[in-house]
Design a protein around this ligand. Sequence first.
Ligand code: IVH
Length: 672
Amino acid sequence: MTLTIKEKIEQLRGIIRYHDRKYYVENNPEITDYEYDQLLKELQQLEKLHPDLITPDSPTQRVGGEPLTQFPAVEHRIPMLSIDNTYSDEELEEFDRRIKRMAEINARQDIEYVVELKIDGVAITLWYEKGLFVRGATRGDGFKGDDVTANLRTIRQIPLKLQPAEVKQKIPPVIEIRGEIYLPDKEFQRMNEEREDEGEPQFANPRNAAAGSLKLLDPRLTAQRHLCVFTYAIGYYEELELKTHMQCLELIRSLSLPVNPHTRLCKNMEAVIRYCNEWDKRRRELDYMVDGMVIKANSLAIHDRLGATSKAPRWMISYKYQPEQAVSKIEEIVVNVGKTGTITPVACLAPVPLSGTTVSRATLHNFDEISRKDIRVGDRVVVQKAGEIIPQVVSVLKEKRDGTEKIFKEPSACPECNGSVSKDGVYLRCHNPFCRAQAKRRVQYFASRDAMDIEGLGPALAEQLVDKGLVKDYADVYYLKYDDLVNLERMGGRSSSNLIHAIEESRNRDLDRLICAMGIGNVGSHTAEVLANHFDTLDKLANAGQADLEEIYEIGPVVAQSIIAFFQNEHTQEIIKKLKTAGVNTKKRATPKLVKNPKVSGKSFVITGTLQKYSRKEAGTLIRNLGGRILSSVSKKTDFLVVGEDPGSKLDKAREFNVHVLDEEAFEKIIS
Ligand code: IVH
């Protein structure tokens, strides 16, 4: 039987939704990213030919429409309350006693609790009617929030149409699901680096970044922020019979919304406390911020019985972790010139332990921040890990001053090249296209692992090459000779010939790496891949106009603008010429066909620690190309744990579950 176009389109949408569910909810993808993109492309093409068949719930319709001028207000059908906080085990025990008292349960009887990670993000609510996502809003004041539907639609983890796990499963006619939008630490870091390059103020922590991204009026910009979500409650429902909170979570998950995998049912308060303390230690393993745990009575009968105060439900409580701060002394303030010329101040601190590492540097963001907080060299300051990644100076202990502290003056010229500087927003920027500091950063970035991956060309060598005038921009790397290298510091004959060989080899890298390596503002490795797939050659990309670029799913006006500006620059033209003359590949290679390797195909892998020869991303791609799957955490069902240096608790877990552990050597054998 042949399908009509309409049926074919619906079938494709169903397949894509199925794979979305596998990827985002079950963490268990069945196809490669490449195959997924092909499905999406096929759907896009069919819809382009038959625009009348496009429906709002189609997986292609995540980003659409014009920017808003403001967000409409939405009144919440059921208010979005807050949670009462506790900070100690004793307070949790008191909470347990209070619940029993109020619910008239014998003090010696156990109550079951569901314990969830408290995700430090932004609360939202999602409204589904007949299985379709119709509206999403922020919490606002708890009664009224902002309608951010268009932005929430761009988050791939939020299904536009609920996709039940079982075919027979009934979809409730109306259901409101609540959860937390967050930004993974890596995304936060990437975004801040980009903002630094662009001379825009950085976000202080992932929560602010998530909130800012959700409140952008142009959904195309929100789409570029790669927000994520975990859902943790049902706000309102019709025609469902639910008895426990755990059943609510199972239901949400079965409808294809992501629920945090570390949620646990505890049989009494003692087990709750143990689990809370366990995560106080473990939370740094996660790639998102957790600021505590949320403890919820499991029985919905108890919820009904206890109700809520005007502020918070009585049957739930949060257990907040201590924010991690330390006091240290600023010994010096140095300035750093980034690869696009942004000059940022950094505080050098007397080393101090802070959440598991020793901190000796903290970002001061920009010079306005220094004067606003009146930060001086010699000051004692409170430092904190913002987003638990980049330590930052929170405040100055002015009462500890003894008069020897020195005011730090904003530089009036580039500290590296003496070039002219000017303010660009709050940022100071060096405008000299030949600034050595910028050249060093660009060369170093060009050679880095996710870019051209030239082994042996790290920051120290980049520094020497530029200082000695051997390299003015990254294209010059391809004109280096053995004799240029052999007399440099820490470069013997052996390492020089190795490096020449590595440079030689890098000429054949695929186009996406080259695009990434060129250091275009707002273009990281993922966007580079998208661009390479679309344009096939560097020349085509260089000649693309704004409209050609914006036509690409995932590329918005800001990125498009920065790509165009980059290629219009004379300097870039020069560099491209040099790269081509040197024989650097500027064309995309055919995507390798999926070669199924029986040892890898259909098997699930988790990677932990640092591998010597591959970045995690590379190892992941290798495994996927051989038909394997990558998971983020170890479970009984994991087939292999690939272990590099400094593995975390994943290794313990793998041993506990008897998962096969591979060191790098064993891993290479399997994939060879
Ligand atoms: S339940 C009545 N569960 O924490 C409020 N909230 O500090 C219902 N949050 O506004 C929230 N993770 O934005 C719940 N697993 C979780 C949570 C969670 C994070 C947020 C939520 C809430 C805030 C209160």
